[in-house]
Design a protein around this ligand. Sequence first.
Ligand code: FAD
Length: 501
Amino acid sequence: MSEHLIKKVVILGGGTAGWLSAAMLAKTWGRNIAITVVESDEIGTVGVGEATIPPLTKLLTFLGIDENQFLSRVHGTFKLGIEFIDWYAKDHSYIHAFGAPGQPLGILPFYQYWLAQRLRGHNVHLWDYSLTALAAKQNRFGRLKQVPNTSMDGMDYAFHFDAGLMAQFLRIGCENSGVTRIEGKVSGVNLRAEDGFIESLTLQSGQVVEGEMFIDCSGFRGVLIEDALKAGYNNWQHWLPCDRAVALPTTSVGPLKPYTQARAHSAGWQWRIPLQHRVGNGHVFCSQYMSDDEATQILLANVTGENLAEPRILKFVTGRRKESWVKNCLSLGLASGFMEPLESTSIHLVQSGMTRFLRLFPDKRFNPLEIAEYNRQTAHEYELIRDFLVLHYKATTRSDTPFWEYCRTMDIPDTLAHKIDYFRQHGRLLIEEDDLFRDTNWAQVLIGQGIMPGAAAPLAHAIGEDDLTDFMKNLRVILDRTVAGLPDHAAFVQQNCPAVA
Ligand code: FAD
């Protein structure tokens, strides 16, 4: 068996995907495998990708990285969710807050009981029962494992960080763990004559880098997976029509918000990601309905603080590689697909893709069944996330611009149409085991975007109206008290993880 073990892995790309993959490989395999990262300073990285979702906290634990130290280095802040402004209608907003609102009662999630009360005519607001939504609204944050004196889950959170500093942070850790970095631009990919597997990469300097397994983290272009191995691409622009972004960092002004903001504009939306030393801003838009200049003007008119750089245009095509793993090449990050940054899922897909790869780690015989299984699971994961993203565009009442009219009336995947219909009937959600987004995520976005079910699950009526009213009142008191006791977000950051150079 040992003669079949893979001993040399080459990662092409030193962006977030490349270094995160290297860190996970090094942590799992130690020095049993030689890991080489090839990157080109001349090409650089995409330089955006600064908002994350809660599973990243588990990855830091797995990698043995101290959260405070990490946040200090990457000038990070905490993230409790995403505020969506003007999506369902102009002057309307809601937050997709991390963690479940309320407390489950028996086998039903809390939102079913909330729904039962709504349908009885009580004017109750779902997010008034969400610890993270309440804390976000007041710019407060604390690491709470549990709501004090209750069995309720505490604060679920993620991070905002500086993408450049993140890659640097991971790189230092990787190099300390024995990962080799080679600076250089790949000019040739050498395939084995007999089966088309990648044998080595030739750099512009003439250096040849040999490997047994290659991980393509080369960004949008997919130097190995697409240029060399022709994996093909499933284009999802008809469902996710935005195809460009203009990015612009600004100085920080105002309170340090512990959440991302996503503000819809006439042909796309604008992100605002608060970091310790600056704010990351960007306008994601659809080039069919808006020029680069117009998108830039809209962004410039809607940022606060001083501009720290020139606005930068990025182009992308939403979709995914038809096969993420081909022969001895796995693609991760932008090389494997991009569904747009609306729910900050891209970096997570590197984490989950690498986790899956480590579970199905091949030997030099490269069993096609393992490769097919990896590709099957990855395709499914992407499709489940895609549906969640499409929901944000489809569930709108806006028809004030051709872009929103298109989104409101577009055909959607059958899987999403079925989910929405089912929810409308009883507020129930069909969540698959491997869906990253759980029922409380779906419920918040569905309800936030105006899809209100006509009935609650019958079991939600098993608790009498008065008992439920009392329960919800008590819950509110507990949550308000808990949030009032939390520190201000900026003060918490300053005390626990202030930025260091
Ligand atoms: P890149 O950062 O592009 O890195 C590619 C690497 O490959 C570089 O090191 C480059 O030098 C190297 N390379 C390429 N070609 C060669 C060659 N020929 N020779 C040698 N080296 C080469 N994700 C989130 O999770 N949250 C977000 O909020 C978010 N926002 C985003 C906003 C926008 C507008 C975009 C476009 C993306 C966003 N993403 C977000 C996605 C996120 O940026 C990426 O998933 C993440 O940065 C990983 O990128 P990467 O490492 O795959 O690619």
